[in-house]
Design a protein around this ligand. Structure first.
Ligand SMILES: Cc1ncc(COP(=O)(O)O)c(C=O)c1O
Length: 368
């Protein structure tokens, strides 16, 4: 879709294409830019040298204090090259060659590549029609090869969140599996959209339920700095942090990351107690849902993240997405996320793009 968007924009001009197919963040605010400028201007011996693989100590301490979880020591935090870097490291640390990373539909398509890079494979349960997690199917799918359970809340693409109830039930399922097989499944929860929950929705706290848990976070989306590649891992302090961080340190080197970008790490500290403003997202979420509903497409408001995920009119996601691309309105087909028949639309775009999307939908679906 990225290539198709670029092709159509080159052909018709950028303002003639409504590209809702990608998960680009909104533009970084002036506050974020100023923090980066201050970070870039810092000047001290070794400023541009290698740093601790795990991250600047001040950044790890800042993240530990600011991550919204109590009792997290800086030693439990590892700065990474975005959430992608964190996921690759987490899977490499816990999925042995030939092991299985179990997930659930719908899922972020890159999970497959991350599992493969660890020498394992990603296996996803079918999406449950109403629940974010099919616990019964999950219990049946766990096998002695399951090394990691990889979940995502708020979910890309569905916008659903996993609550404490889900995690409590999940922990009971994992404990039963451990009791019968002697194997501990490591839970990795991708919380890239943690700063983007809406209408009082809240994801649960996996650490309260399952000790062998790692959280994956990122500044890509909520700070609008996806190109700066900064994310982090938080390990449950119940784990052996010495052993784990030593392993992650080795993997940071082996994968060639060495360390997460230094200036971005300093900028996060410069930014201080920054709060992400939700109004631009809430406004866009509402506009997109209204545009879809106006075209007779049933679209519910997501609890978090950047996407509306709706049933493809006519039932075939690829046909619908292809037909809309001919009208210069780009969506992503659900099949890419393991849920054919659905369509993902990203509302994290300029307001003019949403206006254009609305007028295209009006023109193409007005008959209802
Ligand atoms: C669910 C999910 N995980 C991970 C990522 C990767 O994020 P990052 O840019 O921080 O590597 C994305 C990006 O779209 C995502 O949607």
């Amino acid at each position: 879709m990225f290539a198709e968007g670029a092709r159509l924009k080159a052909l018709h001009g950028p303002s003639a294409v409504a590209d809702l197919s990608l998960g680009q963040p909104l533009e970084a605010t002036a506050e974020v830019r100023a923090a980066f400028a201050r970070a870039a201007a810092q000047d001290w011996p070794g400023r541009f040298g290698y740093l601790d693989n795990l991250g600047h100590p001040a950044t790890r301490a800042h993240v530990a204090a600011a991550c919204g979880l109590e009792g997290i020591p800086p030693e439990a935090v590892v700065m990474t090259c975005g959430a992608a870097g964190a996921l690759v490291l987490a899977l490499a640390a816990f999925c042995p060659p030939g092991g299985e990373v179990l997930g659930t539909g719908p899922y972020f398509p890159e999970f497959t590549a991350y599992a493969r890079s660890a020498g394992g494979s990603f296996v996803a349960l079918d999406a449950h029609p109403t629940e974010p997690l099919d616990l019964e199917a999950l219990g049946q799918a766990l096998s002695p090869s399951t090394a990691v359970l990889l979940l995502n809340s708020p979910n890309n693409p569905s916008g659903r969140v996993l609550t404490d109830d889900h995690y409590a039930q999940l922990a009971a399922t994992l404990a039963a599996h451990e009791a019968t097989t002697g194997r501990t499944v490591v839970l990795v929860v991708d919380e890239v959209y943690t700063a983007l929950h809406y209408d009082g929705a809240r994801s649960g706290r996996p650490f309260d339920h399952w000790p062998a848990t790692l959280l994956v976070r990122s500044y890509s989306k909520d700070l609008g700095i996806a190109g700066e590649r900064l994310g982090y891992l938080v390990a449950n302090p119940a784990l052996d942090l010495d052993q784990l961080t030593q392993r992650l340190r080795q993997l940071l080197r082996a994968y060639g990351f060495v360390n997460a970008p230094s200036t971005a790490q300093l900028a996060i500290v410069e930014l201080g107690a920054h709060q992400v403003r939700l109004d631009p997202y809430l406004e866009r979420r509402k506009l997109l849902a209204q545009a879809l509903q106006g075209a007779g497409i049933e679209a519910s408001l997501p609890d978090g993240g950047l996407y509306c995920f709706f049933d493809a009119p006519g039932g075939d996601d690829v046909s619908f997405v292809t037909a809309m691309a001919e009208q210069r309105l780009l969506f992503a087909p659900g099949v890419a996320f393991g849920q054919p028949g659905k369509v993902r639309a990203c509302f994290s775009v300029e307001l003019e793009t949403l206006e254009l999307a609305t007028s295209i939908l009006d023109r193409t679906h007005r008959t209802r």
